[in-house]
Design a protein around this ligand. Structure first.
Ligand code: NAD
Length: 312
């Protein structure tokens, strides 16, 4: 049983939802976030908030006081931006993780759950689900840093006798994702359509993604927290493939019937096919995704619509 959790990046999209779920489970929660992307108002009532940087030893040591489990969500989250800003990406996603690991020996932490990504995998020749044994040959700086960070987490935690679970999230969608032009195709398309603009598809749109709802990602974290195993590396997705063209069509039909997406040059660094094989996490942790894209996409539309109304 864990009593006090640190959620780094807990003012962000996934971290804030996770923090809420941990509070509902009766844990004390502390959040460390530099608010570079997250927002103070995302921090759930009942959680302690420290504005600080995962790259700072002082900030991390302060956040770790009395903590027995860490969910490390803080990161720069854009594959596309990592191509140009590779130093900043590695500084936060890799060195920030190493800084956290360096602070663990003098803490009470007994378990670490690390937010990794489908970006650690090599591209796949066909739109088939990839298992955790698929070659890890990332094609973006973001993927390289996440892969290195997850390997350090497993190694250092093993040496320290701390349980470590690595969760490789696939494309996470849901209400509350911050808007940037680079992350979260569902949120980006919804926002453009609500502004009367056509969605922009990079490439032919036949790239396939596995869209997993943020509540399922949170559920996977809770299962990892309660797992009797000492370590594991798991995909967190749905096993279902959806093309970017399908998403665009679905959203156009719901928001602006008749709207036609625009196509532009594809971006380097992005996988053609990225679909999770979720058998391992199903067997080991009992994970079953409860929500599908078509069932819950309406929540995202409503959320973006009401956030726009607040701003206007
Ligand atoms: N959203 C996805 O589809 C997806 C997919 C795969 C993996 N992930 C991983 O999941 C985690 C959460 O992503 P998210 O979608 O909630 O993104 P997000 O940007 O909403 O959350 C990340 C949070 O980290 C904070 N942060 C960034 N740099 C920091 C620093 N130096 N110190 C402290 N806080 C810092 C940001 O302010 C933000 O609140 C990340 O590790 C991300 O790489 C997300």
């Amino acid at each position: 049983m864990h009593r006090k959790a640190l959620v780094t990046g807990g003012a962000g999209f996934i971290g804030s939802r996770l923090a809420r779920a941990l509070l509902a489970q009766g844990l004390e929660v502390v959040i460390l976030d530099d608010l570079s992307m997250g927002r103070r108002e995302n921090v759930p009532g009942g959680a302690a908030f420290l504005q600080g940087d995962v790259r700072s030893g002082e900030d991390v040591r302060r956040a770790l006081q009395g903590v027995d489990i860490v969910f490390h969500e803080a990161a720069r989250v854009s594959i596309r931006a990592s191509l140009a800003a590779f130093h900043d990406d590695a500084d936060v996603n890799f060195m920030g993780t190493l800084n956290l690991l360096q602070c663990l020996p003098k803490s009470d932490v007994r378990r670490l759950v690390f937010a990794s990504s489908m970006a650690v995998y090599a591209d796949s020749p066909a739109p088939d689900p990839v298992s955790e044994d698929h070659p890890t040959e990332p094609i973006s700086p973001y993927g390289i840093a996440k892969l290195a960070a997850e390997r350090y987490c497993l190694q250092i935690c093993r040496d320290l006798g701390i349980a470590c679970h690595v969760l490789r999230y696939f494309n996470t969608f849901g209400p509350g994702q911050a808007f940037t032009p680079y992350v979260g195709v569902v949120t980006i398309f919804v926002r453009r359509l609500l502004e009367g603009q056509a969605p922009v598809i990079f490439g032919d749109g036949e790239q396939r993604r596995d869209f997993v709802h943020v509540d399922d990602v949170v559920a996977a974290n809770l299962l990892a927290m309660n797992s009797p195993a000492d370590c594991g590396v798991f995909n967190v997705g749905t096993g279902r493939a959806t093309s970017v063209n399908e998403i665009a069509r679905l959203l156009c039909d719901r928001i602006a019937p008749g709207c036609m997406p625009e196509h532009r040059e594809p971006h380097p660094g992005e996988l053609r096919y990225s679909i999770a094989d979720i058998r391992r996490i199903g067997v080991a942790l009992g994970y079953r995704p409860a929500t599908s894209l078509s069932e819950r996409i309406g929540d995202v539309i409503e959320h973006v619509r009401s956030a726009r109304q607040v701003r206007q």
